[in-house]
Write a protein that binds this ligand. Structure first.
Ligand SMILES: [Zn+2]
Length: 328
């Protein structure tokens, strides 16, 4: 067995291949059988044979291990990314473009004023697609805001992001308390993703009277910008998808008119300057605190400007999302 793939992963891939083999055989036995099914069955058999002789998961050209997330997504891949043919590379690029378009279409409108709050966000994938998750909508008279970060990068992460989007949009239609909503989303996420895939997330519900309820599933602290010191609400629970039976607690904040909340992903706070130092939560807190009473638009553009200044404009390496909501 190849030492490059964990034993459990290999066992999972073997059972996947065997299941697909059974499917193909039954599809082949019901006419009209096509050549492409026979070809696929041959490929599955060849993959199982590679597992037996220990060459499974190694690139046919350079013999280096193939990227794990690609193998998990398609157990039949035989070449590493560097050794794809021109056609395969072209197909991959058009998949990426399509994924990017799907993801763009899932984003909420950039401005939303509802339930006595103004909301604005900035969403910047590092590549074509992002593992960051952001949503804003009105539900049962409240403003719901969501911001999260899915494990991994690229298309796989963007698929998980659309999964979360669909889950929360559906759950929001059922008028659940916030903790029950997150518990249900966690269960669905845990049961439908692979081991090791999870998401950190903040879900908030802002109401007309200035009350904001929120749940944090292992996400970075939320900043409450008010007339007094900016407060860091780092009440945090477990990330989504880690344990099916995890429970989450709801936290409450009272926002005075003009108070704002700022949530963000680690693409912001973990951005590095030329000396390899992180931007950090402390700098964000002191900087954003100075922006008090700014409208969400200005708050976000000022934060991005300060980040640019800090990183001297170097190209970001991680997906970055910022969301600001302000009580009118
Ligand atoms: Zn290779």
């Amino acid at each position: 067995m190849s030492a490059t793939i964990a034993v459990a992963e290999q066992a999972y891939l073997r059972s996947e291949l065997e299941r697909r083999r059974t499917r193909l055989q039954s599809a082949l036995s019901s006419p009209p059988a096509t050549n492409s099914l026979t070809t696929l069955l041959d490929e599955v058999d060849a993959a199982l044979a590679r597992m037996d002789d220990g060459t499974y998961g190694l690139c046919k050209t350079c013999h280096d291990p193939i990227e794990h997330d690609r193998l998990l997504a398609d157990p039949l891949v035989q070449f590493c990314l560097d050794d794809l043919s021109r056609e395969e590379r072209h197909a991959l690029e058009s998949d990426l473009n399509l994924a990017a378009r799907i993801q763009q279409a899932l984003l909420p409108q950039p401005h939303l004023s509802a339930s006595g709050f103004h909301a604005r966000y900035h969403y910047a994938p590092a590549g074509l697609v992002s593992g960051d998750y952001c949503d804003l909508f009105q539900s049962n008279g409240s403003l719901i805001f969501l911001l999260g970060d899915v494990s991994g990068k690229g298309v796989a992460a963007s698929m998980l992001m659309s999964h979360l989007h669909a889950t929360f949009r559906s759950l929001a239609n059922v008028d659940l308390p916030l903790d029950r909503m997150v518990q249900a989303a966690n269960r669905i996420f845990a049961e439908s993703t692979l081991a090791g895939q999870y998401a950190t997330l903040i879900v908030g519900r802002a109401s007309e009277n200035g009350t904001v309820e929120f749940v944090s599933a292992g996400h970075l602290p939320l900043l409450h910008l008010s007339c007094s010191e900016p407060a860091v609400a780092d009440a945090t629970g477990l990330p989504l998808g880690m344990f099916t039976n995890a429970t989450f607690s709801v936290h409450r904040l009272q926002l005075a008119p003009g108070d704002a909340l700022l949530v963000y992903t680690d693409g912001f706070t973990e951005a590095l300057n030329s000396d390899g130092e992180e931007y950090g939560i402390a700098r964000m807190k002191s900087f954003a605190g100075g922006c008090l009473a700014k409208a969400p638009d200005n708050l976000i553009s000022d934060c991005l400007q300060d980040l640019q200044k800090f990183t001297s404009g170097t190209k970001p390496t991680d997906d970055l999302t910022l969301l600001a909501i302000q009580r009118a």
